[in-house]
Design a protein around this ligand. Structure first.
Ligand SMILES: NC(=O)c1ccc[n+]([C@@H]2O[C@H](COP(=O)([O-])OP(=O)(O)OC[C@H]3O[C@@H](n4cnc5c(N)ncnc54)[C@H](OP(=O)(O)O)[C@@H]3O)[C@@H](O)[C@H]2O)c1
Length: 275
């Protein structure tokens, strides 16, 4: 039986989910389930699946328990287990939408890297945006974990590695409107750590993929042009390509054991992240 991977949010060709699926499916003896919320529109993913023959494209609206259960039933039927569960779904609603910019005043302290002042917006950000961010970044991963735990427990050395973010670390407070995103990623990191403590057969840890110019980055710039100058001041070496990030994360995923990785927050190189 090949190693079985379940990777969510694999539809965007520039994104980390797609890049992971592309690289992992090129390895021998692998079967990769790759999700999109609208598989019919995932043109590049479908093309890759046709080329490789070891990718199964699965529909998953990540906040839907019905979809997660249906996906788990499909994997149970086709593979009977999951060795690696890697949720890549993520969103920063406040940063990705143009919202209430009139309340978005730069009043906070100056960030040492960019010279930018932190915008003040949390006091007026609509509560619905917090809910939506937490639904997508935290609850979707809980829903996935609950649906897939029986399949993980059927694998020999299963690994659960959700993509968290350094933005959820209390030691990295970026001057961007991503407060609710950071809060949700902190919760996701905790979730991965807590799962590890509950399941002695499972290696669970959170990973920070680095900073990569995926669609996420470009949408933020589009919605908040005032951030462009500050973001342009970030040193080039801060950015990774999606390929560099995926190569690192795949190495971390394959080297992971409960003893060395379980219950931790690591970066894409496997180094400890502060949180
Ligand atoms: N890029 C970075 O620098 C960076 C840094 C730290 C952490 N991360 C994390 O890495 C992960 C991947 O991010 P990325 O940079 O590759 O971003 P991306 O290209 O914007 O991908 C985000 C993915 O999440 C999917 N998604 C959002 N809400 C969903 C929902 N309700 N149901 C199903 N799918 C949903 C999107 O699907 P649609 O196409 O259908 O919208 C898309 O495939 C995220 O968790 C992100 O927080 C990224």
């Amino acid at each position: 039986m090949p190693k079985v991977y379940f990777i969510t949010a694999a539809n965007r060709p520039r994104g980390l989910g797609f890049t992971l699926v592309s690289k992992i499916s090129a390895l021998p003896y692998t079967l990769v389930f790759a999700t999109a919320r609208n598989p019919a529109a995932a043109t590049e993913l479908n093309e890759l699946a046709r080329e490789r023959g070891n990718i199964v494209v699965v529909r998953l609206e990540a906040v839907s328990e019905v979809d997660a259960k249906a996906a788990a039933a499909l994997v149970a039927e086709k593979a009977g287990k999951v060795d690696y569960l890697v949720p890549c779904v993520g969103a920063s609603i406040s940063a990705q939408r143009k919202v209430r910019l009139q309340t978005y005043n730069r009043t906070g302290f100056v960030h040492p890297l960019t010279g930018m002042q932190h915008p003040a917006y949390l006091h007026q950000q609509p509560i619905d945006q917090f809910r939506e961010t937490f639904e997508i970044n935290v609850l979707s991963q809980v829903i996935l974990y609950q649906a897939f735990l029986p399949l993980l427990l059927k694998a020999n050395k299963p690994v659960f590695m959700p993509l968290s973010s350094g933005a959820g670390s209390a030691s990295t407070v970026y001057p961007f409107p991503i407060g609710s995103y950071g809060m949700s990623k902190a919760a996701l990191t905790y979730f991965a750590v807590k799962v590890n403590s509950e399941q002695p057969h499972l290696c669970s840890f959170a990973v920070h993929p680095g900073v990569i110019k995926t669609d996420f980055y470009f949408v933020i710039l589009e919605q908040h042009p005032d951030l462009a100058a500050g973001m342009a001041m970030l040193p080039d070496e801060m950015y990774l390509t999606a390929e560099q990030s995926a190569d690192g994360m795949i190495k971390v995923l394959h080297e992971a054991t409960r003893e060395t990785h379980g219950g931790k927050f690591l970066d894409y190189k496997g180094d400890d992240m502060p949180w």
